[in-house]
Design a protein around this ligand. Structure first.
Ligand SMILES: *[C@@H]1O[C@H](CO)[C@@H](O)[C@H](O)[C@H]1NC(C)=O
Ligand SMILES: *[C@@H]1O[C@H](CO)[C@@H](O)[C@H](O)[C@H]1NC(C)=O
Ligand SMILES: *[C@@H]1O[C@H](CO)[C@@H](O)[C@H](O)[C@H]1NC(C)=O
Ligand SMILES: *[C@@H]1O[C@H](CO)[C@@H](O)[C@H](O)[C@H]1NC(C)=O
Ligand SMILES: *[C@@H]1O[C@H](CO)[C@@H](O)[C@H](O)[C@H]1NC(C)=O
Ligand SMILES: *[C@@H]1O[C@H](CO)[C@@H](O)[C@H](O)[C@H]1NC(C)=O
Length: 247
């Protein structure tokens, strides 16, 4: 019993430690991105966890699973401490003018499914650790081709880790990246609506299953109606036959 309570208290404390480290990591990100003090004013480091902060979404156990900041004109960099947000699944930091490199610590976010760093001012290589994100589905590091933003946008270089070309949706266009290598790849996933075609496939499957179900139901109904008629017909015969025998 005592052991149980000790374990409970330990788990409780641990949740505190985890929550704190999430808040610390997010706050470090705010600082490193050089986000001005009059933005994200509710990002208060003294809170137990960052789940009430704007642009942050947590799951039921107060683990951060989504962070979305876009259109902030900042000039800072991405803090490597971002790697401590281990429960993160969606990270959207597009159009913020972020400079510097992509921290290799992003490869620590093993549950990450979507990473959007479009239209920043990132440079350097794509860390190979991104290729180890097994659950990643969507990756955008591209930049809009506009004559005004040419100096003002992502300029990543080097080789794209091969594994990233297996993602359902990726976009590396507008950088100095080498999408070639041994097998030639496009710098963006082949069809812009690969996600949609997947859902439409599901849609077709659902449609077919529903159609079959209705067909079976209708068939069953017909069968019973037919059987019912047959029985009625038989009864008629049954009634008629003795009548006939009376004649
Ligand atoms: C972004 O901020 C820089 C100065 O830090 C300024 O020169 C630039 O005009 C700003 N851009 C936009 C779109 O607000
Ligand atoms: C942060 O932004 C301020 C202006 O908003 C600028 O003066 C300063 O150089 C920036 N710092 C970094 C590290 O980019
Ligand atoms: C990332 O994971 C490595 C081990 O895989 C660990 O040593 C490192 O501390 C982690 N970094 C962060 C920022 O959590
Ligand atoms: C990743 O997600 C799975 C399933 O949702 C969960 O069991 C696991 O604890 C998560 N891992 C981390 C590091 O949050
Ligand atoms: C982009 O990166 C390449 C190679 O790293 C460099 O030569 C070029 O000057 C950069 N362009 C801009 C606009 O920063
Ligand atoms: C890739 O990004 C560029 C620039 O942001 C955009 O023009 C293009 O439509 C994107 N491609 C896909 C397949 O989303």
């Amino acid at each position: 019993m005592e052991l149980f309570f000790a374990a409970l208290i330990l788990a409780y404390l641990q949740s505190f430690v985890l929550s704190d480290s999430q808040g610390d990591a997010l706050f470090a990100l705010k600082l490193s991105m050089n986000i001005s003090n009059n933005l994200l004013t509710d990002w208060n480091q003294n809170q137990v966890n960052p789940c009430t902060w704007s642009n942050v979404i947590c799951d039921k156990s107060n683990n951060v699973f989504s962070v979305t900041l876009s259109g902030i004109n900042c000039s800072g960099t991405l803090s490597p401490q971002i790697g401590a947000l281990s429960t993160l699944t969606t990270l959207t930091l597009k159009g913020n003018g972020i400079t510097g490199g992509i921290p290799k610590e992003l490869g620590n976010l093993s549950n990450l499914t979507s990473l959007d760093l479009e239209n920043n001012r990132l440079s350097g290589e794509i860390p190979s650790s991104l290729g180890e994100l097994k659950k990643l589905q969507f990756l955008t590091l591209s930049r809009k081709q506009s004559q005004w933003s040419l100096l003002d946008s992502n300029n990543l270089s080097g080789q794209v880790p091969n594994r990233l070309f297996q993602l359902p949706k990726y976009n590396f266009t507008g950088n100095q990246l080498n999408c070639g290598g041994q097998n030639l790849h496009l710098c963006e996933s082949y069809s812009s609506d690969s996600g949609d075609s997947h859902t439409s496939k599901i849609g077709i499957t659902v449609g077919v299953v529903a159609g079959l179900a209705i067909l079976f139901l209708f068939g069953g109904l017909l069968f019973f109606v037919y059987k019912g008629r047959l029985r009625g017909y038989k009864r008629e015969i049954f009634v008629d036959v003795p009548g006939l025998s009376c004649l």
